[in-house]
Design a protein around this ligand. Structure first.
Ligand code: NAD
Length: 481
């Protein structure tokens, strides 16, 4: 791969316009490299390659054993190239090397291995419905998949789409976020090394409005797997109606983290911190609304504000750093404007509250910020901030905690903290969200589905349910009369 090239039909090539751009390292505001600025013409070529690879190519017809071996090899090669993949991810996103190298890239490798095993286990059913007919169902790949991915977990969220799509025999075109394209491009080289046939996996980099939308509008694309903001998700849904594409939408969140008075307080304090400050709060499932039962509020807040001081903000490449910069200047400005709005609406800043000075005079660093005295009606409690800002809201009873937690247009995730199992189960059932953690936060597994209720989207990723959305069901009737 040369600088500025995209990966189409198994070959590295310049964008048709020859245009490029430079992603910026958010830790020092310097360019990281040169990347192709694709447009509709590049999507045309990539979809043509993916279509040909699906309609004529060996991939969907290949023995699932062989396909599974290739998908497994992808997992192995990701693991072998872990340090490089982690470094590329941290350079673009500002996430710490611990997060990318110890958590996210290894998890992505695991996702490939998990779905490699599924390649041989995709099957339909035989239904003995009539004496004079033989009926069965087949599960077949959907076709060409367009994957559009955000910048907060660029490679991990890509793996949630690529691994099931390839294991099921689909071909695909992926469009990474403009800020964070490097791991998707490096992964295309890994595909070459693993023996993925040409045209099966294509990468087109460039701006979302042009490249992403061209993918959504192309009638030869059968499914769009999108992760990103709720606003863009709605736009994609409207546009996809034109060609009636299959859609899975993993969108935003404003997840409640509910602590009851009988909880293990130290564990809940740790959970509150990782819930909001992991990856600087740029997490769709972030526990951005912390609900505290009245009677423990003061003690909890004192522990929380004490512990937040130990979160070192700084260079993501430094092992001591717990929080790097947010992804871009634009994102920093957005987060700072939410902090301002919280102050204006009367919430109390009890930690942070502005930019963090890391001593270099550069970088998009924000202090871990906690607002107390928030109500569910305030903007900081209603809208997804997608940064290191926590809103703390009091509640009176189990019913009140659940009702306030559910009072949001989103439904991606939630957590409850209690030692009472019946309270935990009651809350887990009543909360309208795709994932509920009890006495934990941010647990994920390749075998467990993840996705949203309400405006957090629809469809699930990971697990066997995640695989289903990359297949079509066909019913076959054989008349025996
Ligand atoms: P975004 O919606 O701005 O962009 C997501 C992707 O869509 C990017 O690749 C972007 O280039 C592309 N895009 C932008 N405009 C487009 C358009 N008009 N047509 C087609 N594609 C377009 O989101 P973001 O700012 O990159 O990511 C943050 C958002 O993602 C947050 O809302 C977060 O909650 C959400 N998210 C959700 C999950 C989940 O699993 N539910 C996971 C991570 C992030």
């Amino acid at each position: 791969m040369k600088a500025g090239e995209i990966f189409v039909g198994g070959k590295w090539q310049a964008t048709r316009s020859g245009e490029t751009y430079q992603p910026i390292n958010p830790a020092n505001e310097e360019p990281i490299g040169v990347v192709g600025k694709g447009d509709k013409g590049d999507i045309d070529l990539a979809v043509t390659a993916a279509r040909k690879a699906f309609d004529e190519g060996p991939w969907p017809k290949m023995s699932p054993h062989e396909r599974g071996r290739i998908v497994w090899r992808l997992g192995d090669l990701i693991q072998q190239n872990l340090d490089e993949m982690a470094r590329l991810e941290s350079l673009c996103t500002g996430k710490t090397m611990f997060d990318s190298g110890k958590v996210e890239i290894p998890f992505a490798a695991e996702v490939f291995r998990y779905y490699a095993g599924w390649a041989t286990k995709i099957h339909g059913e035989t239904l003995g419905l009539r004496d004079n007919a033989f009926t069965f169902t087949l599960r077949q790949p959907v076709g060409v998949v367009g994957a559009i991915v955000p910048w907060n977990f660029p490679f991990l969220l890509s793996s949630w789409k690529i691994a099931p799509a390839l294991a099921a025999g689909n071909t695909m075109v992926i469009k990474p976020a403009s800020q964070t394209p490097l791991t998707a491009l490096r992964f295309a080289e890994i595909c070459q090394e693993a023996g993925v046939p040409e045209g099966v996996f294509n990468v087109v980099t460039g701006p979302g409005g042009k490249v992403g939308m061209a993918l959504v509008r192309d009638p030869r694309v059968d499914k769009i797997a999108f992760t990103g903001s709720t606003d863009v998700g709605k736009q994609i849904m409207r546009e996809a109606a034109g060609t009636l594409k299959r859609l899975s939408l993993e969108l935003g969140g404003k997840s409640p983290n509910i602590v009851f008075a009988d909880a293990d307080m130290d564990a809940a304090v740790r959970g509150a911190l990782t819930g909001i400050f992991y990856n600087k709060g740029e997490v769709c499932a972030a526990g951005s609304r912390l609900f505290l039962e009245d009677s423990i509020h003061d003690q909890f807040m004192s522990k929380l504000t004490d512990r937040v001081k130990s979160l070192k903000v700084g260079d993501p490449m430094d092992k001591a750093t717990r929080m790097g910069p947010v992804v871009s200047k634009g994102q920093m400005d957005t987060v700072l404007s939410y902090i301002e709005s919280g102050k204006q609406e009367g919430a109390r800043v009890v930690a942070g509250g502005g930019r963090a000075d890391v001593g270099t005079g550069k970088g998009y660093f924000i202090q871990p910020t906690i607002f107390d005295g928030v109500t569910n009606e305030m903007k900081i409690a209603r809208e997804e901030i997608f940064g290191p800002v926590l809103s703390v809201i009091p509640f009176r009873s189990v019913e009140d905690g659940i009702a306030q937690g559910n009072h949001t247009s989103y439904g991606l995730a939630a957590a409850v903290w209690t030692r009472d199992v019946s309270k935990a189960l009651k809350a887990a059932k009543a909360i309208r969200a795709g994932t509920v953690w009890v006495n934990a936060y941010n647990l994920f597994d390749a075998a467990l589905p993840f996705g949203g209720f309400k405006e957090s989207g629809f469809g699930r990723e990971m697990g066997s349910v995640g695989l289903d959305s990359y297949t079509e069901v066909k019913t076959v009737w054989v008349d025996l009369s």
